[in-house]
Design a binder for this molecule. Structure first.
Ligand SMILES: Cc1cc2nc3c(=O)[nH]c(=O)nc-3n(C[C@H](O)[C@H](O)[C@H](O)COP(=O)(O)OP(=O)(O)OC[C@H]3O[C@@H](n4cnc5c(N)ncnc54)[C@H](O)[C@@H]3O)c2cc1C
Length: 478
């Protein structure tokens, strides 16, 4: 249950009834992707949406209803009401139900507290995975005809993130080491508002709070969005995030929604009200301290619509994959849909009569090193130099620092295989690549804002940056 999925608040986008249409959902997604989404995969995503929602309901997920019909809400970028949700805890409800069903399926063996370290390859084919038993510190080798990576996002690359501690891009790093192609890594989406209480993981303050009258104010209590955008507090996410970063130079930024009163706030925002209260903040009496934070990793391991990669036997699904649907930016509530649609399609590529075996190595490795220094240092470098507003000079500085950290984390892992050391090496590996990609894309598009090149350049940059080990390729967008 410790995952990005269980934290999803808003919901899952799908065209469930008129007046919404597939064309509208496709066009909205392409627009947000700013010229780099793949039309074919977007069409598959959208057209398979309704059947995935119906499948979840068959699995027992209880979505919110209104007059006996699914209650559809609307979010940023969507031109219709199409977000299916379970209150404001959609991800938790979906994952709770699916986990329960998996546990009740006798054919599925679950290894909890087991950390995948690396893929096992043989003659360019992926044949298994090496993992650490977190409790006994034993190394287990799993062999299988097909390996599916579903290790989620990369929010922990940054000191401020809405993602949980497990979002350390392990699968992306593992796949890269095995020779898989990674794509679109420069596109990291930042959410304008997490509860800025100084400890990771941070709690998300939904856009709906501003939608219901919440106003952004700076340390001088000035409602500053009047100076940034005609849509004020509901301007596009990237505009709001950049405005907040600018105002943070003067001090803490807050959301003020006190005017709405306790009765309304406790009813409309039960989850958020409780989370704030836990930290001593009363939404009806106090200002809510907020900050932008890393939220979603648009890039990842390049796959086709079946989750297949350039490595035979290796499939990747979910946030670790780059299926091409998001392009330069992700539309709200499209990511859970992406997880559902493309994992379902991947099933058709898995040989259900395939072999599976496990081998436990005799060597035990002690877990003594608990240091988080590398991680913190890296997160601060990424936040400061490869964050919301980037510039070439800063990114080059970050690249040098990150190369050094990567070398040190590799050495550390060789000395001692622990969960912390595995994650630190993976974060350093992907941080280097994100910074490298950001230094190559000399334009601003979607989530990638380069202050030296503030304009989108379609003449040259309808391209994807791809990494295969240390080799970088610019692939034309088709
Ligand atoms: C606060 C928040 C709100 C969001 N709201 C929405 C929303 O409303 N709608 C929407 O569509 N999307 C939303 N998203 C995005 C969406 O939740 C994610 O993109 C999606 O859930 C990713 O699913 P996943 O299965 O790829 O990864 P996850 O759900 O993160 O699962 C990955 C799993 O892999 C495990 N893992 C990682 N590394 C290893 C390893 N080395 N060995 C073994 N296991 C490992 C992790 O522990 C975790 O359990 C939100 C995200 C966040 C953080």
């Amino acid at each position: 249950m410790d995952s990005n999925s269980s934290l999803a608040q808003g919901g899952i986008a799908a065209v469930m009834r008129p007046p919404d249409t597939y064309e509208k959902h496709i066009n909205d997604t392409l627009k947000v992707g700013q010229g780099l989404s793949d039309r074919k995969t977007v069409e598959i995503l959208v057209r398979h949406g309704p059947e995935q929602i119906n499948w979840l309901m068959e699995q027992g997920v209880d979505f919110s209803k209104h007059n006996g019909m699914l209650d559809l809400t609307r979010e940023g970028g969507h031109s219709s009401r199409r977000v299916v949700h379970a209150g404001d805890i959609t991800g938790f409800e979906v994952q709770k139900q699916l986990v329960e069903n998996v546990k009740n399926n006798a054919n599925i063996k679950i290894y909890e507290e087991t950390t995948a370290i690396d893929l096992i390859t043989s003659e360019d084919k992926c044949v298994g995975i090496k993992a650490l038993d977190n409790n006994t510190s034993e190394i287990i080798e799993f062999y299988a005809d097909t390996v599916v990576l579903a290790t989620g996002g990369a929010g922990q690359l940054y000191s401020k993130t809405s993602n949980p501690l497990v979002a350390t891009c392990d699968g992306v790093a593992m796949a890269w080491r095995a020779g898989a192609i990674l794509r679109d890594l420069e596109f990291v989406q930042f959410h304008p508002s997490i509860l800025d209480h100084g400890e990771s993981p941070y709690f998300l303050i939904s856009e709906a709070v501003r939608g219901e009258g919440g106003v952004l104010v700076n340390s001088e209590k000035e409602a500053f969005m009047t100076r940034y955008h005609p849509m004020l507090d509901l301007a596009p996410r990237d505009v709001v995030s950049r405005a907040i970063v600018e105002e943070q130079k003067k001090g803490q930024v807050y959301i003020d929604i006190r005017d709405q009163g306790k009765e309304f706030l406790t009813k409309r925002f039960a989850g958020i009200y409780a989370a704030c209260l836990e930290r001593g903040i009363k939404m009806d009496e106090d200002l809510i301290p907020i900050s932008p934070a890393a939220h979603y990793f648009c890039g990842g391991v390049k796959t086709n619509e079946y989750g297949e990669t350039n490595i035979s036997g290796l499939l990747v699904i979910g946030e670790s994959a780059c299926t091409g649907v998001h392009g330069a930016n992700r539309m709200a509530s499209n990511s859970l849909l992406e997880c559902l649609v493309f994992s379902d399609m991947a099933v058709s590529k898995i040989n259900d009569r395939g072999d599976f075996s496990e081998r436990i190595s005799t060597g035990k490795i002690s877990d003594t090193q608990k240091t988080n220094d590398y991680k913190k240092n890296l997160q601060n470098i990424m936040w400061k130099h490869v964050g919301i507003n980037r510039n070439i000079w800063d990114i080059h500085y970050a690249r040098e620092e990150l190369d050094q950290i990567y070398a040190e984390t590799q050495e550390r892992l060789e000395e001692n295989i622990t969960v912390q050391n595995i994650e630190a090496r993976n974060l350093a590996c992907v941080a280097r690549l994100v910074a490298h990609a950001a230094s190559i894309r000399t334009e601003s598009r979607g989530t990638h804002m380069l202050t030296d090149y503030p304009v989108r350049n379609d003449e040259y940059w309808l391209k994807h940056i791809e990494f295969k080990k240390e080799k970088v390729t610019l692939a034309d967008h088709k």
